[in-house]
Design a protein around this ligand. Structure first.
Ligand SMILES: Nc1ncnc2c1ncn2[C@@H]1O[C@H](COP(=O)(O)OP(=O)(O)OP(=O)(O)O)[C@@H](O)[C@H]1O
Length: 263
């Protein structure tokens, strides 16, 4: 677990949460064949929230966030993102995907394209943004993630941490309102984890609504405003970090925390 406290002052006063609902999930259920993977999920996420989702392997964390941008389809209940209900309507799915950026464990950059080309591909081809404007935006976000000098290199020439920061910049180029992170540091060497978490902290401090599946409990403790614990496809418990870590309510949460924190 990285200890962010030792490395960085987090200014929580800059991380206000709005009263506007960003995501509303109501009685949502999902099955993979006969396997009931998500059970009666009810969750309201407000603009500006920094949510950390944790829980044992296989508890449904990735599936939950993949349902939010329709990479997976739920079968019962509803998911409304920024006022748009996710149904099979392709126009609605496109609209939601344009507002929700996603960063995965593996960065999935195109190896034969430069960093700049990776960042401009979707804005130019999906959003029809003129090339020059897309490149200016890409450079802006590459500066934000502190690697503008890598713009003309290829992914294979960058470290894992740098590639993950490119993946974040690439998502930001689509100007999302919400960012989903699915274990963004778990494929990285320990010395690269901090640089990616620092980038995520910058986003949090700028008011980005974020949902992060992560085992980085230091990040959860210091940056999240809410920690959600999932087990066996259910939200078992959720609370603000201090209460979550100091006073977990359910035995399942206590067991998980004792395993992950080692006490
Ligand atoms: N496409 C799929 N088809 C069938 N079962 C799946 C599929 N994807 C995931 N599962 C199963 O659904 C359950 C939840 O998976 P999910 O990846 O959401 O869990 P997780 O909590 O994110 O786990 P981890 O921490 O290991 O990534 C697991 O039992 C997994 O094997």
């Amino acid at each position: 677990m990285s200890d962010l406290a030792a490395n960085r002052e987090i200014d929580r006063s800059r991380m206000a949460v709005s009263e506007n609902v960003a995501i509303q999930i109501t009685n949502m259920n999902k099955w993979y064949g006969a396997f009931h993977v998500l059970r009666d999920i009810n969750l309201t996420i407000y603009e500006g929230e920094r949510i950390v989702v944790c829980g044992p392997s296989g508890s449904g964390k990735s599936t939950l966030i993949r349902c939010i941008n329709r990479l997976e389809e739920h079968q019962a209940g509803s998911i409304v993102v920024d006022g748009i209900e996710l149904t099979n309507d392709l126009k609605n799915i496109d609209k939601v995907r344009s507002e929700v950026g996603m960063v995965f464990q593996h960065f999935n950059l195109f190896p034969h394209l430069t960093i700049l080309e990776n960042c401009t591909l979707a804005p130019i081809w999906v959003r029809k943004v003129p090339k020059k404007e897309a490149e200016e935006t890409a450079m802006h976000f590459l500066e934000k993630v502190k690697i503008p000098e890598q713009a003309n290199k290829y992914p294979g020439q960058l470290s894992g941490g740098q590639q993950q920061r490119v993946a974040i910049a690439r998502s930001l180029c689509m100007k999302p309102k919400i960012m989903l992170f699915d274990e963004p540091t778990s494929a990285l060497d320990p010395e690269m984890i901090k640089e990616v978490l620092d980038t995520m902290i910058e986003l949090a401090q700028e008011g980005m609504t974020m949902i992060c599946v992560t085992h980085e409990m230091g990040f959860a403790r210091q940056v999240a405003n809410r920690v959600i614990f999932m087990d066996q496809g259910q939200i078992v418990e959720q609370n603000e970090p201090e209460a979550f870590f100091l006073n977990p309510q359910s035995d399942r949460t206590k067991l998980f925390l004792s395993q992950i924190l080692g006490h």
